[in-house]
Design a protein around this ligand. Structure first.
Ligand code: AHM
Ligand code: MG
Length: 335
């Protein structure tokens, strides 16, 4: 029928967020505006990533980020894009970016009640070979808008009001939770709109995939080593799990959310806190994972319970299907 060719009743991300906000009678539209500005940043970065090879945007910018790693031009660009989009929303007061050593305090005339922690372009080592990369973000509310303090950002992940990521892959996908489940949206490039394509994502209770950088195995601790051994040579006679590791957290987590299984970046002898950053990598992904029915564990405790001491601190992470993370918890003696 002609009707199927003219789907103008699409659930755009704006319409979806407006629907969710209507459940909160006190909401004044600030959150919807904030999300719209994040969406704008994602679209901009998506288009820059897609053009990267052509526009020769790839290359060293000649300075390094706060962790002393190489910084590519697209990282710099993405950070600028998100900072500008977030500040101009007029709804933020503190911004924490992987690319900025210090938290950014928004000037008083542009302040709002939201704090955004983000990694503007994660997985940048994958840019040159066209592998999926992404933006990760988490949102908190400030206690006192007139007096935003460092304490406002050093809070456990469970106090976030929303979290999400945007994956720049074979398609551009934005996955978002505002605290009542997880929804996935795909950018329709011809419309320039994110359309709800993955409503109410639930991770399978158990999975057939494990995902870890096995090159670090010689430095692993006993429980991690045992777990991975058991993935390959199950002692209960079940089939071995498949290994999938992209090395781009957004892509590895996206697959884990949709297909199930476990993703881990454990502690090891060289990196006692693992590699991934608590505030803008571990927290948002753990928030999404719990909202999708999965779990996130640090080797000691529930990831979202951690209280950060520094904005760029790292934490080990075991994240994914409920039953798979449960197994890891048992090996670490945490019940
Ligand atoms: P980055 O923030 O410098 O891009 O590093 C983070 C990335 C994650 O996307 C990914 O999960 C991890 O580093 C992979 O690390 P490794 O190369 O050690 O396996
Ligand atoms: Mg990163």
């Amino acid at each position: 029928s002609t009707e199927s060719y003219h789907r103008t009743d699409l659930m755009t991300i704006t319409r979806h967020v407006l629907n969710e906000q209507s459940k909160h009678p006190e909401a004044r539209g600030d959150f919807t505006i904030l999300i719209n500005h994040i969406v704008l940043g994602c679209k901009y970065v998506c288009s820059a990533v897609n053009k990267a090879g052509l526009a020769k945007l790839i290359g060293l910018a000649g300075n390094s980020n706060v962790q002393g790693e190489e910084q590519k031009k697209l990282d710099v660009l993405s950070n600028e894009v998100f900072l500008k989009a977030l500040i101009s929303s007029g709804r933020t007061c503190i911004l924490v970016s992987e690319e900025n050593e210090e938290p950014i305090l928004v000037e008083p005339s542009k302040r709002g009640r939201y704090i955004v922690v983000f990694d503007p372009l994660d997985g940048s080592s994958n840019i040159d070979c066209g592998v999926s990369i992404g933006t990760i973000f988490g949102i908190y509310t400030v206690k006192d808008q007139e007096n935003p303090t460092l304490e406002d950002v050093l809070r456990p992940g469970k106090t976030m009001v929303a979290a999400g990521y945007c994956m720049y892959g074979s398609s551009c996908t934005l996955v978002l939770s505002t605290g009542s489940g997880v929804n996935g949206f795909t950018l329709d490039p011809s419309l320039g709109e994110f359309i709800l394509t993955h409503p109410n994502i639930k991770i399978p209770k158990t999975g057939k995939i494990y995902s870890v950088n096995e090159g670090n195995a010689s430095n692993w601790d006993e429980p991690t080593a045992k777990y991975v051994e058991n993935c390959k040579f199950p002692r209960d006679g079940s089939s071995p799990k498949s290994l999938r590791y992209i090395g781009s957290m957004v892509a590895d987590i996206h697959r884990t959310l949709l297909y199930g299984g476990i993703f881990m970046y454990p502690a090891d002898k060289k990196s006692p806190n693992g590699k991934l950053r608590l505030l803008y990598e571990v927290f948002p992904m753990s928030y999404l994972m719990e909202q999708a029915g999965g779990q996130a564990f640090t080797g000691k405790q529930r990831a979202l319970d951690l209280i950060p001491k520094k904005i760029h601190e790292r934490s080990p992470i075991f994240i994914g299907s409920h039953d798979d993370v449960e197994e890891i918890k048992e090996l670490y003696g945490a019940f």
